[in-house]
Design a protein around this ligand. Structure first.
Ligand SMILES: Cc1cc2nc3c(=O)[nH]c(=O)nc-3n(C[C@H](O)[C@H](O)[C@H](O)COP(=O)(O)OP(=O)(O)OC[C@H]3O[C@@H](n4cnc5c(N)ncnc54)[C@H](O)[C@@H]3O)c2cc1C
Length: 315
């Protein structure tokens, strides 16, 4: 590493979703002079959705991309140095910590806040991409309410899919659950709850052939993997619940993570196993995955960073 390519800063925030920007607002106001790198998705996951109705403070709802511009402007107004760029490598072997940006420049920071989020896994169908935000969703808690009293489909067979199907069953009239195999990966108890819910119908041994509709979801065509038989089910929404991928690859070998790659933090804090490195938002939360919980944990990370820097006499 050449010294000429090394920039020394106080607090580095990686990621520009609700967690990163909230950490930035708090860190700026605490005088930590944060530098925030946005990554390849400035604004994070909410930039690929339409209406957000469950974030407090917006009584009439708001479009996801517009909300994230508000977050960014607020962070900038507080003094955050918001930059384009992707963290490509880290070196947490000694303090101050080093983070490489765009495979060239190195940043040296006293405290690092990781808010790199998670990405929903998708099936990869053209119709799924085209109708994303128009009835196709990867978040039942976020979007189920828009389809109150209507019939919807959900694909997935794990605990999250079972939980989301149960959540939807209390809002929607009927849930068509598409399961590839003859059983679910979900725990027995969750599976039993799904099977005992009268308005959930499970289609075993079925895959999604196509999501139907030109400008919004109007149905789904499924295919039985044993018989090859296809059938169309009229639905207003299609929920994809096949898992998430936390954006934590560059931290492998440095930070503790669970088997799925979610960063492990000390309960009730944002502290990782490396002191001075904090994690917030979906990259460390496989349960709640909401903008408001991500923002809340971004606040916690900034406060933890500020206290840690003070304790070390660095702030
Ligand atoms: C379609 C959809 C609709 C949703 N609707 C709602 C809703 O209505 N209400 C709600 O509360 N929640 C909703 N959610 C969930 C919500 O978007 C997430 O819980 C929230 O965005 C998580 O925030 P985050 O800051 O942890 O991460 P993210 O929003 O995932 O942002 C991660 C950020 O990290 C950056 N990044 C990643 N890797 C790097 C790297 N190596 N270097 C630099 N930057 C990096 C990315 O560019 C991105 O800016 C929805 C999610 C989806 C997918």
């Amino acid at each position: 590493m050449e010294n000429s390519a090394l920039e020394k800063i106080h607090c580095l925030i990686i990621g520009s979703g609700p967690a990163g920007y909230t950490a930035a607002i708090y860190a700026s106001r605490a005088g930590l002079n944060p530098v925030l790198y946005q990554g390849i998705q400035p604004g994070g996951q909410l930039t690929i959705t339409t209406e957000v109705e469950n974030y407090p403070g917006y009584p009439d709802g708001i479009q996801g991309p517009e909300m994230m511009v508000n977050f960014e402007n607020q962070a900038k107004r507080m003094g955050t140095d918001v930059r384009y760029g992707l963290a490509t490598k880290v070196d947490f072997s000694s303090h101050p910590y080093k983070v490489q940006i765009d495979e060239e420049k190195w940043i040296e920071a006293n405290a690092v806040i990781i808010s790199t989020g998670a990405s929903a896994k998708w099936l990869g169908l053209e119709s799924e991409q085209r109708l994303n935000g128009y009835g196709v969703s990867a978040c039942a808690v976020c979007d189920g309410f828009f389809f109150k009293g209507r019939e919807v489909a959900i694909i997935g067979a794990g605990d999250t899919a079972a939980e989301e199907a149960l959540y939807l069953s209390k809002i929607c009239s009927k849930i068509h659950m598409i399961v590839r195999k003859g059983e679910m990966r979900a725990s027995k108890v969750m599976q039993d709850r799904v099977l005992n819910t009268p308005n959930i119908k499970v289609y075993w041994h079925n895959v999604t052939d196509e999501i139907l509709g030109s400008t919004k979801v109007e149905g789904v065509r499924i295919k039985n993997t044993q018989t090859g038989e296809k059938q169309e089910i009229p639905v207003s929404a299609f929920f994809v619940a096949i898992g998430h991928h936390p954006n934590s690859d560059i931290f492998k070998g440095w930070l503790d993570m669970d088997e799925a790659g979610y960063l492990v933090t000390t309960p009730g804090t944002s502290k990782t196993n490396v002191e001075g490195v904090f994690a917030s938002g979906d990259v460390q939360d496989k349960i709640y995955r909401q903008a408001v919980t991500a923002a809340g944990s971004g606040c916690i990370a900034a406060l933890d960073a500020e206290r840690w820097l003070s304790e070390k006499g660095l702030h």
